[in-house]
Write a protein that binds this ligand. Structure first.
Ligand code: ADP
Length: 476
């Protein structure tokens, strides 16, 4: 039984999460303990108690812990990557890649501890000096989704600890294994008791207890738009800062002048890798008329060669959908698309693989319009639609006509259009001749409109959320 970490002790909870493999639901990965409401409150209290000492800890202490965690994650990348793929269903290559990414994130923030700095500036008043410094915020609540079981926890936990905050961390119920592993690694790396607390369990129990606690000073959340709204409302109620990363409906434009093979590579990656379960995935392929038919034919050909199968098998390109609920949502949207009049050009059917798993062949719609529900609502599965447009101007207008604004991509060989698109895409991240998903760890991550709220995550911009600025005046 994998337990929760509260005030430096591994504690048994109220009942059990059975962590199942979506490639083979007969495969029980492990039993993980669910924290109760009281235990969640104890975790918050422990983080509050631990805060004053951790806020003043030496930057070398923090550096060493984050660096050691980075090293251990990297040295165990194959084992941890395998666990990740086994519990989430992305391919082994993707699971190992994400694990390496988590190590790089801890490594980056190990370095950031050593680069903490403020400013000393002249005052407008003679004989007065002004210091601008950054201080930790306090107890940070971290709530994460299932689709990046190690990278998203890493990119929230690492900066929180780096800047001197203490943490209460609630991972998604579907993927407790990766979360438990990084908490175990950080605990053994020497974190003082109460600095990092793990409370596994339901959003409606553990998550809600965090949201309604007056002692959580900041909440960082990645997940659905509906839950994000609850995080926002509860945070305003408690006067706490919050950061939200939510959905996307990311466009990928293909212009007549695109290099077809680059366009197809990027579109297939954007739409279907990680089983389409990325908030930066593209589900709207906006294609100009001159290349439309060639693009669709090349997409269908490429999709026919994608192997859907067990995440742990080496020849698998597309792993299973994460669970029955998500599979139902994907199939419901495929039916909605058909009923709305889009044409299912490829895939969309269940696949048998000899083990009970949630196997869905990636689906491509054509003849879709941007007003259809499949073009407006996030599906979060391997389902994409081709929307035909006449030219770049219509493509850009269509790309921006969405409630979301996380990532936006274009395939073109034109410098003019690429430059114009970088300036005018209404998204936090813009990709030229690259997939909409797949980002670096040292630069800001985040979106606009209904996709995100609050300061950016990752890189040095993470300091905006995980620190408070103080301006101190004194006579010189
Ligand atoms: P998804 O499962 O689609 O990624 P959710 O928003 O349901 O999106 O879940 C993201 C995270 O938010 C998970 O850790 C989940 O347990 C948590 N969560 C869900 N509902 C609540 C809630 N009412 N309060 C706090 N956390 C929640």
């Amino acid at each position: 039984m994998f337990k929760n970490l509260i005030a430096g002790e591994w504690i048994n909870g109220s009942d059990v999460i059975r962590n199942l493999n979506p490639s083979d639901t007969n495969d029980l990965i492990g039993e993980y303990s669910r924290a109760s409401v009281d235990q969640t409150k104890q975790a918050i209290a422990a983080a509050k108690t631990a805060f004053p000492r951790w806020a003043r800890s030496s930057i070398l202490e923090r550096h060493a812990i984050l660096r050691n965690a980075a090293n251990e994650i990297l040295s165990r990348k194959d084992e941890l990557g395998r666990l990740l793929s086994r519990e989430e269903g992305k391919t082994l290559a993707e699971g190992v890649g994400e694990t390496v990414r988590a190590s790089q994130i801890f490594d980056f923030f190990a370095g950031e501890c050593l680069r903490l700095a403020g400013e000393t500036v002249p005052s407008t008043r003679p004989g007065v000096s002004v210091d601008v410094t950054r201080e930790p915020v306090g107890v940070v609540g971290i709530i994460t989704p299932w689709n990046f079981p190690i990278a998203i926890p890493a990119w929230k936990i690492a900066p929180a600890l780096c800047y001197g905050n203490t943490v209460v961390f609630k991972p998604a119920e579907l993927v407790p294994g990766s979360a438990w592993s990084i908490v175990d690694i950080l605990h053994r790396a020497g974190l003082p008791e109460g600095v990092l607390n793990l409370v596994m369990g339901k959003g409606s129990v553990v998550g809600q207890t965090m949201l309604t606690s007056a002692d959580v000073n900041a909440m960082t959340f990645t997940g659905s738009t509906a839950t994000g709204k609850q995080v926002a409302l509860a945070s305003i109620e408690h006067n706490r800062r919050f950061q939200l990363e939510m959905g996307g409906k990311n466009p990928f434009i293909v212009l007549d002048d695109a290099d077809l093979s680059i366009a197809v590579d990027a579109a297939v990656n954007s739409a279907f890798f990680s089983t389409g379960q990325r908030c930066t995935a593209s589900s709207r392929l906006i294609v100009t008329a001159g290349i439309h038919d060639r693009f669709v034919a090349a997409m269908v050909e490429r999709m026919s060669s994608l192997m859907v199968g067990d995440a742990l098998k080496p020849d698998t390109h597309i792993g299973p959908v994460v669970d029955q609920g998500q599979l139902k949502q994907d199939i419901d949207y495929i039916n909605i698309g058909k009923n709305e009049g889009a044409k299912l050009a490829f895939g969309g059917e269940l696949v048998e693989r000899g083990t009970p798993g949630f196997y869905l062949r990636p689906a491509l719609f054509t003849e879709a319009t941007n007003q259809m529900r499949i073009s407006r609502e996030e599906i979060f599965g391997p389902v994409a639609s081709v929307i035909r447009v006449k030219d770049y101007d219509e493509a850009l207008a269509t790309a921006n006509d969405t409630p979301f604004g996380l990532s936006s991509g274009i395939a073109t060989t034109s410098l003019k259009y690429a430059t114009h698109f970088k300036r005018n895409a209404e998204a936090g991240m813009v990709m030229v001749n690259l997939p909409t998903a797949g980002v670096d760890f040292h630069v800001p991550f985040g979106g606009r409109k209904a996709s995100s709220f609050g300061p950016r995550e990752q890189g040095k911009y993470a300091a905006e959320f995980f620190t408070m600025v103080k301006t101190a005046y004194a006579t010189a």
